[in-house]
Design a protein around this ligand. Structure first.
Ligand code: ADP
Ligand code: ZN
Ligand code: ZN
Length: 746
């Protein structure tokens, strides 16, 4: 722990350390008591990928002292005969343990050199999420730079630097004539000084990307070395954005960084960013840790998206870290979304983020005022007084299943709407957030339900498809088994699938449409149909090319796709998420449904979105029908304030897994007791440990302990002191625990 403090003082000091602070050996005359040998010795604090919460000390060999610098990677001996890669974060003539126990570093590597700024940023993330600094720093390096280099490493690095940018020369495209509101937004970002967080709010297609592009163009144009960081929520979206960036910026080197890249590609892109050759880095959440010496602007597209929060390891939020990074580097950061996270919206309402709004959707300016499709009774829309102009997007309606009982999951108004789209030669999407044929298989005779042997969950029934036979599968742990011929408990041979999944909806639609529209071409897109590499792109391409009339799918069809021919979108089974226990479930559902709805009418055609529900009067659906995010956010924030939930309070979650529930609960209770003894616990609430909603996952039992605080600072102060104790709490050998600051689900 002492080592930890030394490092902390050095990096925490307000005096900025010079970027290439050459190590100096102390030869001060005041140091007379030290032996000659000690005076000539230099010690390094080294971060290593080891399960210790602090840096380790090493000696720098005398002949290397003039070479050694903070930010170098190094090769360190660990234990008997083992070498590991480390990163030097401090050099000092002093050491904090007995000198003869300190071993010399084996080698110092000056390529690449890591900057102080970058190490500081990692340090912030480590402190904030209460994980070891080493884990953040080493985790942020591309895998190739994380290992002890072999004999041919230098050659390999040279090759990676020469690697041609993997981008085809795209035809250059001029920006469209921007609307006034877009120009204003770009102007506000371009004219900001220092740290300037913006929240850009506009529905899908309102031209947010054009604002990002304009802001990035201004920043890159005003400084020939400036770099931009552009975060997107999904790997799938990077090729499409990369193309758009290349079309817009002729001589700018764009690289992508995400976990889907091969080792060489990722290292090559990382180096291009680190050396300033790449001026735009496009990436998923891990790209927030890219080393960008001349970073001048940060963009976070779809900032509300849950994928920006890491769900294992260091549980960081790339969105929140992006804001912090902009603050440390004193630059603008633009968070954009059609449905901002309530955290960001709250910041904007409080004036801490500048709110920029895009009110129009350009494509709808073209929308013809053709007759509205006929409407069945029992479907609701926004009342006429609240009716939006046709410019604002598709018409969203709820379909009350109590008035229109679905057959095989599909009610009459949905069937009619789909038929109308087909009649007009337009396309339709059917969205259901559940893959497989049915979420559970049941025996009517004895009440048996298919379940996963490893999880506290049902196993889903998947119909035979391609080479895969019919199976029961767990969507949580991946367990699967052929479908039993008969009920395992009573032998009944008539097992029934209960409920709907994408496979079943696809089957039903084929049956239903065979009568009136025998030629309808129906496709499906979900994780199963997309298993084969390239399959998802093929299906999407078919939709774009008009070779499919109807596409059934999970949220894979919701994001980002610019389908021009879609005029009807049907949503099934949204209620499941409406009644979920997690307090963020409505927020996620609203965002998802807005996104799904945004797939309709993108070419300006009259479009409808039908949401089949048991609760047509639910405020969430009403706000959805009005396309009114502000209304929804207002209601949600009021509820959160009343219930003392984030963003009005701050959470941390200690989760633990072990073989049995008593073991986990006992451990968490002990943690809680030790927390209550701390002085710092006065400003936090430590709730009782409880089993997690999915208590058994992959044969492990999980429980959690929620910590709540009105202010962030005391929460961190408490966690700092408390986690030191948690590390000491006696636990069964197989027990593992994790701390999650600002958890997304509780
Ligand atoms: P968002 O990012 O908000 O979904 P985009 O910026 O991608 O929206 O814009 C949606 C479509 O509208 C794109 O094809 C884009 O080129 C086009 N677009 C955006 N702004 C304008 C504009 N001012 N004039 C014409 N077309 C525009
Ligand atoms: Zn049975
Ligand atoms: Zn399972």
């Amino acid at each position: 722990m002492f080592v930890h403090k030394v490092v902390h003082r050095r990096l925490g000091s307000p005096k900025p350390l010079t970027k290439t602070a050459k190590a100096r050996v102390s030869t001060s005359a005041g140091n007379t008591e030290a032996s000659a040998a000690a005076r000539a010795t230099l010690f390094a604090q080294v971060l290593l990928d080891l399960p210790v919460p602090h840096a380790l000390q090493y000696r720098i060999a005398p002949e290397q002292q003039s070479f050694a610098q903070v930010g170098m990677r190094c090769v360190a001996p660990v234990g008997p005969g083992r070498l590991m890669l480390g990163v030097i974060v401090d050099l000092s003539p002093q050491c904090s343990i007995e000198e003869r126990r300190i071993r010399p570093l084996r080698a110092l590597l000056d390529d690449p050199m890591l900057s102080q700024d970058w190490l500081q940023f990692c340090r912030f993330a480590a402190d904030y999420y209460h994980h070891p600094w080493a884990e953040v720093v080493l985790g942020a390096l591309p895998p190739l730079l994380r290992r002890v280099p072999g004999p041919r490493a230098a050659t390999r690095m040279a090759r990676l630097r020469r690697a041609p940018p993997a981008q085809a020369a795209a035809p250059i495209e001029a920006p469209p004539d921007l609307r006034e509101e877009q120009r204003k937004a770009i102007g506000a970002i371009a004219q900001s000084h220092g740290f300037a967080p913006f929240l850009l709010h506009g529905i899908t297609g309102s031209g947010k990307t054009e604002v990002y592009l304009g802001a990035v163009a201004t920043v890159l144009g005003s400084d020939p070395q400036a770099q931009a960081l552009w975060l997107v929520p999904e790997i799938n979206l990077t090729p499409q954005f990369e193309r758009r960036l290349q079309q817009r910026f002729a001589d700018v080197h764009v690289v992508s960084l995400h976990s889907g890249l091969g080792e060489a590609e990722r290292t090559s892109a990382w180096l291009a960013a680190h050396e300033g050759r790449a001026r735009i880095v496009l990436g998923t959440r891990l790209a927030v840790f890219a080393s960008l010496p001349r970073l001048r602007i940060v963009i976070v597209d779809e900032e509300h998206d849950a994928s920006f929060k890491a769900s294992d390891g260091v549980r960081y939020s790339a969105r929140d870290l992006a804001v912090k990074r902009a603050q440390l580097g004193r630059m603008p950061v633009v968070l954009g979304s059609a449905t901002p996270s309530l955290e960001s919206w709250h910041q904007a309402l409080g004036g801490r983020y500048t709110l920029l709004r895009l009110e129009q959707r350009p494509s709808f300016a073209l929308r013809a005022s053709e007759g509205e499709p006929s409407e069945a009774p029992g479907t609701t829309a926004g009342s006429p007084s609240e009716a939006r102009s046709a410019k604002e997007g598709p018409r969203v309606q709820t379909v009350d299943v109590r008035q229109h009982p679905p057959q095989q999951g599909i009610s009459a108004p949905l069937r009619a709407a789909l038929g109308e789209a087909l009649d007009r030669g337009q396309q339709a999407l059917v969205f259901i957030n559940r893959r497989g044929y049915a979420p559970v298989l049941a025996c009517d005779a004895c009440g048996w339900l298919s379940s996963c042997p490893n999880c506290s969950a049902h196993s889903a029934f998947h119909r035979a498809e391609g080479r895969a036979g019919a199976s029961l599968r767990c969507h949580h742990c991946g367990w699967s088994q052929p479908v039993p011929r008969a009920c395992p408990t009573c032998g009944n041979q008539d097992l029934k699938p209960v409920g709907q999944g994408t496979q079943r909806v696809e089957e039903t639609l084929r049956e239903v449409l065979r009568l009136g529209w025998p030629a309808a071409r129906i496709g499906r897109l979900d994780r199963d149909s997309a298993r084969r590499p390239g399959a998802a792109e093929e299906t999407l391409q078919k939709v774009h090319a008009g070779e499919l009339d109807l596409l059934v799918g999970t949220q894979m069809i919701a994001k980002g796709h610019d389908f021009q021919g879609v005029s009807v979108v049907c949503v099934l089974n949204a209620d499941a998420q409406l009644i979920a226990a997690d307090f963020r479930a409505p927020e996620r559902l609203f965002a998802l449904l807005m996104q799904v709805a945004g797939r309709a009418g993108r070419a300006g055609q009259a479009a409808r979105v039908l949401v089949q529900t048991r609760f047509p009067d639910h405020p969430l659906y009403r706000a959805l029908a009005l396309g009114d995010y502000g209304q929804f956010a207002h209601e949600q924030l009021a509820e959160r304030r009343a219930a003392r939930m984030p963003p009005f309070t701050h959470h941390a979650l200690l989760t633990a897994t072990a073989a049995t529930l008593p073991e986990v609960l006992q451990f968490l209770s002990a943690c809680r007791r030790s927390g209550l003894e701390l002085e710092d616990s006065k400003s936090v609430v430590l709730y009782d440990p409880v089993p997690m909603p999915l208590v058994r996952l992959a044969s492990e039992t999980r429980a959690q302990l929620l910590i709540e605080a009105a202010q962030r600072a005391p929460l961190h102060q408490f966690l700092q002191a408390w986690l030191a104790q948690v590390r000491e709490v006696k636990a069964p050998r197989k027990l593992r625990w994790q701390i999650d600051v600002d958890p997304m689900t509780i």
